[in-house]
Write a protein that binds this ligand. Structure first.
Ligand code: N2P
Length: 392
């Protein structure tokens, strides 16, 4: 019951936010026509495979439970080549260049909207993916902002960009200074960064990860297209540049291993870092924060490239991934919420009750819903970010 309420809240909040930001896509805040979209046509007798039993997947690092790919290979006889990329920018550049060689890619919806519009992704073979029926209609409704008819995208996972800390080390480095009310202060306010640089501050290495949270921190729209806002974000960032030790989009081991005590990172990765530190015998407390002003939600979605050579194998894998037990495994092992309603029921109680994984409705209301970036905005973000990183 509680989960149902949360799903409704997610849908209402995201759809309401859709209505107030940037160009409207189809009918804003109108869930009715899309709610039924994920329902798949009657299932075929069994999976359909391509003649060549190969599947090439391109996904984010630290996102697939151990053994899941091998289980699919064993069951299907398909050889999976699984590569990883670290930023939406890197995936986008590959897609734009074409001939990626990949069948399934996993863009964030902030980039996927433009990729669909640009013809870089092909519609899903929904009749070969009966497990689409397991998806939460509220989550699928939120995706219509990027994919108006739920034709191209299905969530791998979702989560949020936030501040991750090694609380033990941060408290020590702050000396007697109290923790700020707003956790973003730890990475953006010189009063704190000047102290925390001694134990290591790490930022994700991507303009479209850092600039939106910086904009949000200074009270601007995280998805602003206004050059004046980028300028202001750049000025704020310049003040903390000298205190940032690392730029990395795979910082799990940096946090777990002690190179960084505070990071702008992804919720699940911070949870993985916490688990890894414990496995390594550390007693330090590592936590994903829920900043008082909110964190930035992302949805990472499976999609099939326009020139995929193995589109049937891709559909078979997507259907396999959408089995409730596999969706639950992803949440249990990778620390990200699944958009798979049938899977949520199988998530371990300690994961389901972790408020930094399955966020409560109260906090969800504070979060910044995903939008999308225009080409101009991405370019402006790139310029602001590069100048920041170079320390200019
Ligand atoms: C990697 C998770 C990627 C989340 N572990 C950001 N899209």
């Amino acid at each position: 019951m509680k989960k149902q309420v949360l799903a409704l809240a997610i849908s209402a909040i995201l759809l309401a936010a859709c209505g107030k930001k940037e160009e409207p896509v189809a009918a804003p805040a109108a869930p009715a026509p899309v709610a039924a979209a994920p329902a798949a046509p009657a299932a075929p007798a069994g999976p359909v495979y391509d003649d060549e039993k190969v599947l090439n997947i391109y996904n984010w690092p630290d996102y697939v439970p151990e053994g899941m790919i091998a289980a699919f290979e064993k069951e299907s006889g398909i050889k999976v080549n699984y590569d990883t990329f670290e930023t939406n920018e890197a995936l986008h550049a590959k897609l734009v260049a074409g001939n990626t060689g990949y069948d399934i890619v996993v863009p964030g919806t902030v980039f996927a909207k433009g990729q669909i519009e640009g013809g870089l992704l092909q519609p899903l073979k929904k009749d070969q993916i009966p497990n689409l029926a397991n998806m939460d209609p509220a989550i699928m409704a939120t995706l219509t902002k990027a994919d108006p008819e739920n034709k191209h995208l299905v969530p791998w996972a979702w989560g949020f960009t936030t501040v991750g800390i090694n609380k033990t080390k941060v408290e020590k480095a702050l000396g007697g200074m109290a923790m700020p009310e707003n956790a973003w202060d730890l990475v953006f306010k010189p009063e704190y960064t000047s102290k925390l640089k001694s134990c290591g501050i790490a930022y994700l290495d991507s303009p479209t990860e850092i600039i939106p949270v910086a904009l949000h921190y200074i009270g601007k729209d995280a998805y602003s297209n206004d050059p004046a806002d980028y300028k202001a974000a750049g000025e704020m960032l310049a003040k903390v540049r000298k205190d940032v030790r690392l730029f990395s989009s795979t910082m799990i081991d940096d946090i777990a291993g002690g190179k960084a005590c505070v990071a702008i990172g992804w919720s699940g990765d911070v949870n993985i870092a916490a688990a890894r530190a414990t496995e390594n015998g550390s007693k330090d407390v590592i936590e994903a924060m829920l900043p008082s002003t909110g964190a930035l939600i992302f949805f990472d979605t499976m999609a099939v490239t326009k020139d995929a050579k193995h589109p049937n194998n891709a559909a078979a894998f997507i259907d396999f991934y959408l089995r409730p037990e596999n969706a639950a495994l992803m949440s249990n092992e990778m620390g990200y919420p699944t958009g798979n309603k049938a899977g949520v029921a199988q998530v371990k109680p300690e994961i389901a009750s972790n408020k930094t994984i399955f966020v409560e409705a109260d906090y969800f209301a504070k979060m910044i819903p995903p939008s999308s970036f225009t080409n101009e905005a991405r370019e402006a973000m790139g310029n602001t970010y590069n100048a920041f990183k170079k320390g200019k």
